[in-house]
Design a protein around this ligand. Sequence first.
Ligand code: A2P
Length: 269
Amino acid sequence: SAAAATPAPKVNPNAPTEETVLSVEHYTDRLFRFRITRPRSFRFRTGEFVMIGLPKEDGKPLLRAYSIASPAWDEELEFYSIKVPDGPLTSRLQSIQPGDKVLLGKKPTGTLVLDALTPGKRLYMFSTGTGFAPFASLIRDPETYERYDEVIVTHTCRDNGELAYSTNLVRDIANDPLVGEISNGKLKLFTSCTRTPHPTMGRITTLIETGKLFEALGVPKLDPATDRAMICGSMEMIQDVKALMIANGLTEGSNSAPAEFVIEKAFAG
Ligand code: A2P
């Protein structure tokens, strides 16, 4: 019949879904966070990233990879973003308001997940700038504390104002009904700045090399027998911290071959 000959409309099963912005918080002229609705079918592992974006003028999606900053149990999805004045996506994304729509990809993935590490006693999460985002997810997941005796997150930024997101989040975790108790005494945030005065100055690489990080935390130096690490920052930062991990005897892991540290580039643009 004529009806049977009409081709079914093409539906791309991998096309992003349209989600609603629930809240937006600006920290500095360079950084903000926002929360969006989470489709019931959207599953991910704490620490993973996903494509998000906005439609272009021609209606096609403009998408970038973003770490999901909320944990897997959360009913909403949170993202932490840089604002690049001439960035194709963030120049527009920075002006989103509650009620606006954003596009959410369907295939979260990534290596900053607990399953990519072999068991250990102490978990380090080394971050710079927006590289803190996947760790915002992991430190809100009870499983992180079930697997490790000690969880040390480091966040280094150019200036103090850029530490607001991590500092507020870790402060609030103490009173969180789900992870407040389990993280108590285990979670430590170590912050440093490189361009404005701060109690601890300097790049994380320097602080590892000089041993100042371990002194400040009151922990022994890196040991592959006990310590695991996740690294997230700029390409250069990842390479430099990775070299230090290797120099200290740690081996890089992945989803298919878990080992002692894992890396991922912080997304921006
Ligand atoms: P610096 O101020 O010395 O460049 P950005 O905002 O540019 O991504 O930088 C975030 C933080 O990461 C800054 O404090 C910066 O220090 C630091 N950083 C940049 N490159 C490296 C690197 N290769 N290793 C360690 N830290 C780095």
